[in-house]
Design a protein around this ligand. Structure first.
Ligand SMILES: [Zn+2]
Length: 397
């Protein structure tokens, strides 16, 4: 059994313990000739992976602790060391937590309690999932939330931070527990550890938390998405919230710089660019129409089969051009858009109902490795081949 020092000393980052047992793990890529060893201590400050929260990191006797798992009352640390002799049973070990990461977890975890507590009080919603990793902090709540409700929730949660109320953890007697209304994700065997945020929330939880809500600094809801009939909220608190806001501030500065508009008008600047792109697209399409029309006029009216090769063009222009050719020529009428280097997208139609466009399409598939197909009246596809090769194939159709 391992004494959980993190239960009672959430603010300690260094501890001494004795090795109870150690066991080599299957070789993994430890690097620098180090091997992974699973070490059980008589006591530990390392919080294991539990309740959706990744384990603490740090060192034992200077060797990196890469994983911490709990099973029953036993906590096992994975340590990258030179061999079993480093942690023979009875050895004294000094553990050092990666304190910055641990404190950040305490900030984020306590922030999540405040949000979940408020959601429960205000809407009766339950927390049905939680993840705290290096990449993401998110939790799932059992009901729907509008954008305005989420913004209000964020304001209310930060008001709890501003009030700087105490956060306490204790194992109440069973009769006291029985008379206490608290949140819990599951039925718990054995003693229940209750974490109380004064006036806000009481929740069963085994993780370390900050002592007063002011230490959280900032609770930021970054994103919400519907999830299994409820809502998944992506949040960040404390230092990680600050880092994320700085990153987004940099994005805003870049947009402001690139568009030469004040940061406060970034949305207007982007809207303006999008409408300008739409206008330009319309102009390009117009030019493509005119250009295509000129191409048609240059085709000898007596030609039976007509195959035009052109650069990139809009899909609607492409189809209209084929339709137009089919009205004026009795044979196969195809338009190939692209280049010899990039290949061609093609549409082939027919000027006479006795023809079957699947015939030239089949020839292109067979001899040029083209892809595509369609109906007797029209086929479309693509061919990664040069114009002269494609023309040679079509000449025989
Ligand atoms: Zn907690």
């Amino acid at each position: 059994m391992t004494v959980k020092l993190y239960d009672t000393e959430p603010y300690s980052g260094v501890f001494k313990a004795r090795v109870l047992s150690s066991q080599p793990l299957p070789p993994a890529d430890g690097g620098k000739g180090l091997i992974p060893l699973q070490v059980e201590l008589d006591r530990t400050l390392f919080f294991p992976e539990e309740g959706g929260q990744l384990p603490d990191t740090g060192t034992l006797n200077g060797y990196a602790v890469t994983d911490v798992q709990i099973s029953g009352d036993v906590i096992r640390h994975t340590v990258l060391c030179t061999g079993p002799d480093d942690f023979a049973p009875g050895t004294e070990a000094e553990g050092v937590l990666d304190w910055e990461t641990r404190f950040s977890k305490m900030q984020n975890h306590t922030g999540e309690h405040i949000l979940s507590g408020l959601l429960y009080r205000q809407y009766g919603y339950r927390n049905i999932g939680f993840r705290l990793s290096d990449n993401t902090v998110s939790f799932d709540t059992s009901g729907d939330l509008t954008r305005e409700q989420i913004l209000q929730m964020e304001r209310d949660a930060n008001a709890v931070v501003f009030r700087n109320v105490p956060v306490t953890a204790e194992y109440p007697d069973p009769d006291v527990l029985a008379g206490t209304d608290y949140r819990s994700k599951m039925e718990i065997d054995g003693p229940v550890r209750l974490v109380t945020i004064q006036g806000v929330d009481v929740c069963a939880c085994c993780a370390p938390h900050v002592a007063r809500t002011g230490e959280i600094g900032l609770i930021k809801i970054l994103r919400a998405q519907r999830f299994k009939g409820g809502t998944r909220l992506f949040i960040l608190c404390g230092r990680r919230a600050l880092e994320e806001m700085q990153r987004r501030q940099t994005l805003l500065e870049e947009i402001s710089h690139m568009t030469n508009r004040p940061q406060e008008e970034a949305d207007d600047a982007v809207r303006f660019l999008l409408s300008e792109i739409a206008d330009l697209r319309a102009q390009v399409r117009d030019l493509e129409y005119k250009n295509a029309f000129l191409r048609i006029e240059s085709v000898d009216a007596q030609e039976e089969n007509v195959f035009l090769f052109a650069g990139e063009m809009d899909a609607i222009v492409h189809r209209n051009l084929v339709n137009r050719l089919c009205e004026e020529h009795p044979g196969y009428c195809g338009v190939f858009c692209g280049s010899d280097e990039a290949g061609y997208r093609f549409i082939i139609g027919r000027g006479s109902q006795t023809l079957d466009c699947r015939i030239p399409c089949g020839a292109l598939r067979e001899k040029c490795g083209a892809k595509g197909g369609g109906k007797p009246e029209m086929v479309q596809g693509s061919a990664a081949a040069k114009e002269e090769v494609i023309r040679a194939v079509l000449d025989h159709c």
